[in-house]
Each structure stands twice: as structure tokens, then as C-alpha cells.
Design a protein around this ligand. Structure first.
Ligand code: ARG
Length: 399
């Protein structure tokens, strides 16, 4: 039997031509694997058939939407994960999942290698290959666009010469990656960071400057995971989808940023992630209500480390696993309800309650019922400021 390679297949021009291109260059049989992470658009069966029409020996579609939401998006939410405080890791979260399916499919079918359609300039190549290395160290990764010099012009010529069943649409000026957590748009006129984004770029969100009546939603969490909207129990996937619709209607989660790629390039990115951003706002508020001060403060640092690791392709790594253990432990009391008001591009917390709340009315109130003994503060401040006082005496004595 010839060697086999399992290709992460999107149905687009590059990976379609990549099937024949890989076969010609390596002599391997190509298995196409399309993973549905909620990217929408084309029917997955059409995509599956196209891979066969392009010469794949086998073509597989995996519906991984629930798995993606439960095992990748929920950990990201527990970590309030935002790379450089802005980007909710849309693409960075899907790559380890796709890589896991590449590796298990390769093992199952006896393939010795996997392939992806990334260029040599981005983060995604690193994420695919680092994840595959961590899961199946004996597999080789091949990147036809990068390693076998498959350029767009060559791909078009190849598709025509070989009569491949690809609808040759007008060249989309943008590079777009999307899944249920959000959408990333790059290249084209956006490469000049002075150029403002235009409305056409967006698909998940409506223009927040167009007036709409506000919507309110109540999100219920259990141990850090959203479990219901307005009292209706839903799966993580259904919650993200529902919030994408309602927060998207109000233009929540539009992001425009110059970002530091792992490969050293700064790149201009436009994202939209309405459900993700609404959920992070709500989750963070519930943590403020239920976590002890020091845990909350310390966790913010862990979160940024977590986001860096995942952005950098180290989803399957020892440090990430250990940080997850810490984060999971913090979530035991993150149970309760958050009310969000959605309007004008913003998701604003307007109500919060929890059986596990650390908010104590009788300590916080300035009205009658106050149980806080203010006389204790005097001595507390004496000791709290004692090191500064002693140091100041020394410093001032020297003048
Ligand atoms: N810059 C983002 C990231 O590195 C988005 C990448 C989008 N990928 C793409 N092929 N357009 O996660």
C-alpha cells in the first residue's frame, strides 16, 4: 500500500489543488479531512465530494462543533482568554482541535503524515504542527503551500489544467478564518492600519452605530460554564450560537488591532466575536462576585499566560495543562446569574447574583445594618503602613 497523508481540507482553492499537488510531489495517497467547527457557509457534503473530485482516495467530514464548544471554547472562557487583552483566540482555538482529528485519523488509517494549507508567514502553521508533534510525535507534517511552493497563481493554472471541480469565484481580497467563536479577517486594504474597516467586512455583527432597542439576557453559570440563557438550559455550543445572534445584532465584539504574531511579524487584524466577548464580560463579572480577592488578582496574570501559550500553538503542553488545573480549581464557586444589556456595540453587566457570592451587604452598606467595625481600620492601617514609615524615616534622615 502506498504511503498516505491526511490533509486538513477546507474546500477552498489551495487545499483542493493541494490534493493533487501533494500526490505528485510525494507519491502519497491523500485522505481529505474536513472538520466542521461552525465555519458555516458551504454544505459539508459538497466539500466532501469535492475532495474526491480533486483526487482524494478517501474524504471524511467530522462534525466537531459540540466538541469544539465543550473542550476548547469553555476552557478559553474559564480563562477569560484574550491575547494582548483584545483577541479571543478564534483561530488559535480551532487549530489544536483540527490537529487532534488529523492525528487520530492518520493513526486509524495508517498514514505516516499529515498536511495543512497554511503559508509560512502565519501562526496557524505553527499551531498545526506543534499540536501534531505533541499528540503523535512520529507523524510528519507537510505544508504544500509553504514547502511545495504552491502559489495562488500556480493553483489556478493547476485547477484549470486538471479540470478540478472548483468554482472559480472572483478572488476574495481578504484572508478569512471563521468558526463558532468568531471571525478573523486580514489582508487586502486592511494591510494599511490607517485604513478604517468597512461594513462589508463583517458577517457576524451589525453596525453598532445604527440604533436598535436594547436586548437583555440572563446567563446562568455553573462552575464557570454557561448552562442556560434566560432560564432555558442549553449546551455550550447552543449558548455561543444564541449569543452570537443577539450580541451580533448589537455589534458587540468588533475588534481592530495590530497584533504580534509568533513568527515575528506585526499584522493588522479585524475580528468579530459577539458571543465570545459577551460571555467573557459576564464570566469575569461573576468571578469578581465569587472569587476571593487574591485568587481573582492572581488569576488575571495566569489568564494572560494561558492566552499567550494558546496563541503560540502550545495547547497540548505541560504548562498549559498545569494552568488549566489551577483555573479549574478557581471555578468551583463561579456559579450564578449575570444579566447583560446589549446595545450600541457593548455588552454591559446590569445585574449579578450568586448563591456563592462573597458580596456581603451588611459589610458593604453605608446605611443602617452596617456590621463592619470601622474602629478596626485604624490599627490595620498603622501596621499596613509601618514598613513604609520606617523606610521613610531612614530616607529622610539622610537628606
Ligand atoms: N491572526 C489570527 C491568529 O493568528 C488569525 C489568523 C487567521 N487565519 C487565517 N488563515 N486567516 O490567530
Amino acid at each position: 500500500m502506498a504511503d498516505r497523508v491526511v490533509l486538513a481540507y477546507s474546500g477552498g482553492l489551495d487545499t483542493s489543488v493541494g490534493i493533487g499537488w501533494l500526490k505528485d510531489a510525494t507519491g502519497k495517497e491523500v485522505v481529505a479531512l474536513a472538520v466542521d467547527v461552525g465555519q458555516g457557509g458551504e454544505d459539508m457534503e459538497d466539500i466532501r465530494q469535492r475532495a474526491l473530485g480533486c483526487g482524494a482516495v478517501e474524504s471524511i467530514v467530522v462534525d466537531a462543533k459540540e466538541e469544539f464548544a465543550a473542550d476548547y471554547l469553555m476552557p478559553a472562557l474559564k480563562a477569560n482568554a484574550l491575547y494582548q487583552k483584545t483577541y479571543p483566540l478564534v483561530s488559535a482555538l480551532s487549530r489544536p482541535l483540527i490537529s487532534k482529528h488529523l492525528a487520530t485519523t492518520a493513526k486509524r488509517l495508517g498514514a505516516d503524515s499529515v498536511a495543512h494549507g497554511c503559508t509560512g508567514k502565519g501562526n496557524d502553521q505553527v499551531r498545526f504542527e506543534a499540536a501534531v508533534a505533541a499528540l503523535a510525535p512520529d507523524l510528519t507534517s507537510i505544508a504544500p503551500v509553504r514547502d511545495l511552493a504552491l502559489t495562488r497563481d500556480k493553483a489556478i493554472i493547476y485547477a484549470e489544467e486538471h479540470n478540478l471541480p472548483i468554482r472559480q469565484s472572483a478572488k476574495n481580497p481578504y484572508s478569512i478564518d471563521k468558526n463558532v467563536w468568531g471571525r478573523a479577517v486580514e489582508t487586502g486594504f486592511l494591510e494599511d492600519p490607517w485604513n478604517a474597516p468597512i461594513e462589508d467586512l463583517y458577517e457576524y455583527t451589525q453596525d453598532p452605530s445604527v440604533f436598535q432597542e436594547a436586548d437583555e439576557v440572563v446567563i446562568s453559570f455553573e462552575a464557570g460554564i454557561p448552562v442556560a440563557i434566560d432560564g432555558v438550559p442549553l449546551s455550550p455550543l447552543a449558548i455561543v450560537e444564541q449569543l452570537n445572534a443577539v450580541a451580533g445584532k448589537h455589534g458587540v465584539g468588533r475588534i481592530d488591532v495590530v497584533e504580534d504574531r509568533l513568527v515575528g511579524i506585526k499584522s493588522r487584524e479585524v475580528y468579530e466575536a459577539p458571543g465570545a466577548m459577551a460571555l467573557i464580560v459576564a464570566h469575569e463579572a461573576l468571578e469578581s462576585l465569587t472569587l476571593e480577592r487574591d485568587v481573582n488578582r492572581y488569576k488575571r496574570g495566569v489568564e494572560s499566560e494561558w492566552a499567550n501559550l494558546v496563541y503560540d500553538g502550545l495547547w497540548f503542553s505541560g504548562l498549559k495543562r498545569s494552568l488549566d488545573a489551577f483555573i479549574d480549581d478557581t471555578q468551583r464557586y463561579v456559579t450564578g446569574d449575570i444579566r447583560l444589556k446589549l446595545q450600541g456595540g457593548r455588552a454591559v453587566v446590569t445585574g449579578q447574583k450568586s448563591e456563592k457570592s462573597l458580596y456581603d451587604f451588611s459589610l458593604a452598606t453605608y446605611d443602617t445594618g452596617d456590621t463592619f467595625d470601622q474602629s478596626l481600620s485604624k490599627g490595620f492601617i498603622e501596621l499596613w503602613s509601618l514598613p513604609s514609615k520606617i523606610a521613610a524615616r531612614r530616607d529622610l534622615a539622610g537628606e
